[in-house]
Write a new protein. Structure first.
Length: 255
């Protein structure tokens, strides 16, 4: 019942806070210009698997990690709430099984490795204080993994330093994206205001999205993992590739 109630809560929150979420243009830009974390995580994750395995990718985006896993002989099931993301993923990794829906409240397959690259669980952590959704997700992950299986993900974590507050931009031949980031320490949250210009071939068009994510303490994440049946180690990188400031990679082992 708890997982179902949180799923309903998450749907209501996302509908209220985000009019569109990784629409066609932002999905395209994310796939073509912001895949460094997923690719570095993929390389590190492949080293965990010594035989053909079942992989569950949460927040699979455009399927670049799924494609690499398939090429290495593994099987992949992926979830992403963005239908445009799933359309891209199916083009790049047609042999994988993709679902255009939230992974929260879904039926997960029995698996050897669960991944969530690119701050996916920060979105799960955006619930009200005291019920951030991570407990349910970690317990569901533990139930889907055999002993020795791995849960591998990265998150932005809380820090006592000055709150994150900045603007950035990036561009390519057919698009430009501007992002304003504002951390809200009292709410344990962060908001990204995104303005995007893209020319799909018929002229430039503008779109906007606002994403709100939760910012937990690293120690709290580890405690929740332990309570769900995991041991955990953290790193500021995926292999030799460092993560951005305030990001941590969590490699959890099912015990």
């Amino acid at each position: 019942m708890a997982a179902i109630s949180f799923h309903i809560l998450a749907v209501l929150q996302s509908a209220a806070a985000v009019k569109t979420f990784y629409s066609e243009d932002l999905a395209f830009v994310h796939h073509s210009g912001f895949q460094e974390v997923a690719l570095s995580g993929a390389a590190a994750a492949l080293r965990l698997l010594s035989a053909p395995s079942q992989i569950l990718d949460l927040g699979c985006a455009g399927g670049l990690w799924a494609k690499q896993a398939l090429e290495a002989g593994h099987r992949v099931v992926g979830y992403d709430i963005s239908e445009p993301m799933i359309e891209i993923a199916r083009e790049h990794a047609p042999q994988a099984e993709f679902h255009a829906r939230s992974f929260v409240g879904a039926e997960w397959p029995r698996t050897n490795l669960i991944t969530a690259f690119g701050e996916i669980f920060n979105y799960v952590a955006a619930g009200p204080k005291g019920h951030d959704g991570l407990d349910e997700i970690f317990h569901q992950a533990a139930a889907s993994l055999d002993v020795g299986g791995h849960l591998y993900f990265d998150m932005i974590v809380r820090d006592v330093k000055a709150p994150m507050q900045y603007r950035s931009w990036k561009s390519a031949d057919t698009w430009s994206i501007l992002v304003e980031v504002k951390e809200l320490p009292a709410e344990h949250a962060l908001e990204r205001n995104i303005i995007l210009f893209r020319d799909p071939g018929s002229g430039y068009r503008r779109s906007e999205e606002t994403h709100r994510i939760g910012i937990p303490e690293a120690g709290d994440v580890i405690k929740k993992l332990n309570a769900a049946g995991f041991e955990c180690e953290t790193s500021k990188s995926y292999g030799a590739v460092p993560l951005a400031e305030r990001r941590l990679a969590f490699l959890a082992y099912r015990v």
